[in-house]
Design a protein around this ligand. Structure first.
Ligand SMILES: Nc1ncnc2c1ncn2[C@@H]1O[C@H](COP(=O)(O)OP(=O)(O)O)[C@@H](O)[C@H]1O
Ligand SMILES: [Mg+2]
Length: 194
């Protein structure tokens, strides 16, 4: 049983449904706990875990998705263990929103443009779909002083009862096209259109 409640310094980030904690015994992992059972969070989690099973069956390049390591018991209920995304210098990787807040310099804009291109290419090549693609769910994983790789940490998978996008290539592409178009209208990322 892991104790997360007593130590606020373990908190990495909070979303609408889950809080993400540092794993107390493994710095390379994090534990996510659903805030309130029954508020949609459970369903999303089930969907995500089902999608991880699909990914496990074919995905080889996991650079853009944190791996899932099963569930554990915590003092806040069931916790779900994932790889924790940490930069090369040991700092927690920031989300796109965090890294690119405020007015961007042209160098930052260029960096963001390359990052978004890498994100689309990664998802496209590996046929990965997400329910929605939001800049606050994409981490900027700094691999070195000059290289960043995007990691999607939330909203993986698809809603349909029969996961068509996971099975049919053209449907996956269609879904991705819509996802990418919407992503460009999101805060921060929309600056790339200027
Ligand atoms: N694997 C991870 N490694 C590092 N930080 C993470 C990871 N997953 C999530 N986070 C951080 O925790 C926040 C909340 O997690 P998230 O899975 O997005 O919760 P929710 O499903 O409630 O939106 C994220 O916005 C991000 O800042
Ligand atoms: Mg989130």
């Amino acid at each position: 049983m892991f104790e997360l409640k007593k130590d606020d310094t373990l908190i990495i980030g909070k979303g609408r449904h889950r809080t993400c904690y540092r794993h107390p015994e493994d710095d390379a992992k994090c534990i996510k706990v659903v805030h309130y059972a029954g508020h949609g969070g459970d369903k999303e989690l089930e969907r995500e875990l089902a999608y991880y099973k699909v990914l496990d069956s074919y995905l080889r390049d996991w650079r853009g998705i944190p791996r899932y390591h099963g569930s554990v018991e915590t003092d806040l209920g069931t916790g779900y263990v994932y790889d924790r995304i940490v930069d090369f210098d040991g700092r927690p990787s920031q989300t796109i929103i965090e890294r690119y807040q405020g007015r961007l310099t042209s160098a930052q804009k260029e960096e963001l443009r390359i990052l978004v291109e890498k994100l689309f290419k990664y998802l496209y090549v590996n046929r990965i779909v997400t329910m929605t693609l939001k800049p606050y769910n994409v981490l900027c994983h700094r691999l070195s002083e000059t290289e960043i790789f995007p990691v999607v940490c939330d909203n993986l998978g698809e809603a349909s009862l029969i996961p068509i996008a996971s099975r049919m290539r053209w449907f996956c592409r269609l879904k991705q096209k819509r996802l990418f178009a919407r992503f460009y209208n999101q805060p921060v990322v929309c600056q790339l259109k200027e």
